[in-house]
Design a protein around this ligand. Structure first.
Ligand SMILES: [Zn+2]
Length: 384
């Protein structure tokens, strides 16, 4: 279905490109044409030099000549424009694009429940959010999680034990017989993590630090020298457990499906994303201040239909990255784009405040941005 959506978006962009046009037709940018086989089917028909769009929910049709210029401000993909010219007929649904805000809490400490009772529950209906659950280790009880789920919260998998999933490169060469690895990343590999250094298997047994900084210790002396740049990653089985371990049990216990993922430390690599793709509908990464190092409000945490980046969704941290005033600006800009805005936080962080989360909810409500969760948004756009 996704391909057909692109085809429709592309058919429109094709006509935008016909700049020597005579007339200009404007499509309301709150409208979105989604191909479908449901009973709401309408048609897009290409007849000689005319394109006719029949839209469910509207009484008539829009007719374009190939010379028309079409303004459609929500086009995000213009790459398939030649393919669609030969397409005579496509079915589509009419669904309005609209802005969404996803509020998301990671790691499931007890304080997530306090924020739920002190803020989210004060609204009627309860304002939903996502909870990034470390399935193998979380502080919240099943009863509390179930209560939150029954009020619209979505549980997303945040990794079985919150171990780093992305491959890193060795920063300092090590010698055969040694057992310690130094580096900025060592705290992101947990005790008991089964890792590969190059092609060799080791298990992390403890962490410590010395004058050179933090290091982890592996279970046996290195079998050879490893140069700077040697890859360090999780062994396949250990990685799979981080992504899928105990998920089915958790789903049964919580009475809900776990359909989306959030990368620990917001990082991933291609191997991880390929595996994630086999079960989950999406995964969340980051595009806030750490990457551009400036308060660039053009695209923080914004994701656009048809969500081509579903396995690296943009998100920004609202407690550490932005002031209230900046958040307000961010919501206004993202709302104007009909973006899915993802803002995350850690309620255990000293910089988190309940006042700010209230401000975010009230501002989103004022602007008319629907606060939702990923699964609900995929449902809305029929992206399952
Ligand atoms: Zn986390």
């Amino acid at each position: 279905m996704k391909k057909s959506i692109l085809l429709i978006l592309s058919i429109l962009s094709f006509f935008i490109s016909c700049s020597n046009s005579v007339t200009e037709k404007v499509i309301d940018n709150s409208q979105l044409l989604i191909p479908s086989n449901t009973e709401n089917i309408k048609k897009i028909v290409s007849k000689e030099d005319k394109i006719i769009l029949y839209i469910t929910g509207s009484s008539g049709y829009i007719e374009f000549s190939t010379g028309d210029k079409i303004s459609f401000s929500n086009l995000y993909d213009k790459t398939l424009r030649t393919e669609i010219v030969n397409n005579k007929e496509l079915d589509f649904l009419y669904i309005p694009l609209k802005p969404f805000l996803v509020i998301t809490y990671d790691d499931c400490p007890e304080s997530d429940y306090s924020v739920y009772t002190n803020v989210h529950k004060l609204y009627s209906p309860v304002v939903p959010a996502e909870l990034g659950l470390n399935i193998g280790s979380h502080a919240l009880s099943i009863d509390k999680l179930k209560e939150m789920v029954s009020n619209g919260f979505e549980i997303v998998n945040h990794g079985y034990s919150h171990n780093r999933l992305e491959t890193v490169a060795l920063q300092k060469a090590v010698k055969k017989g040694e057992q310690n690895i130094h580096g900025w990343f060592v705290h992101t590999f947990l005790n008991k993590a089964e890792i590969l250094i190059g092609n060799d298997e080791y298990k992390i047994v403890s962490h410590s630090s010395d004058s050179e900084g933090q290091y982890f210790i592996v279970d046996k002396p290195f079998s050879k020298d490893y140069e700077v740049g040697t890859n360090i990653c999780l062994q396949r089985k250990f990685l799979e457990n981080e992504l899928f371990g105990q998920v089915e049990n958790a789903e049964k216990e919580l009475g809900t499906k776990i359909l989306n993922f959030t990368y620990p430390y917001t990082v991933s690599d291609e191997r991880t994303r390929k595996l994630i793709n086999t079960k989950y509908k999406s995964s969340r990464a980051y595009n806030g201040l750490q990457f551009n190092n400036s308060k660039n409000l053009t695209n923080p945490g914004f994701n656009f239909f048809p969500f081509e980046n579903r396995y690296q969704l943009n998100s920004a941290s609202f407690d550490t990255d932005y002031s209230e005033k900046e958040i307000e600006q961010l919501l206004k800009v993202g709302g104007g784009y009909n973006a899915m805005i993802i803002l995350f936080t850690h309620t255990w962080d000293k910089r988190f405040s309940e006042k700010k989360i209230k401000f975010i909810i009230d501002t989103a409500n004022k602007i008319g941005i629907e606060i939702s969760t990923r699964s609900k948004i995929w449902e809305y756009y029929e992206l399952f």
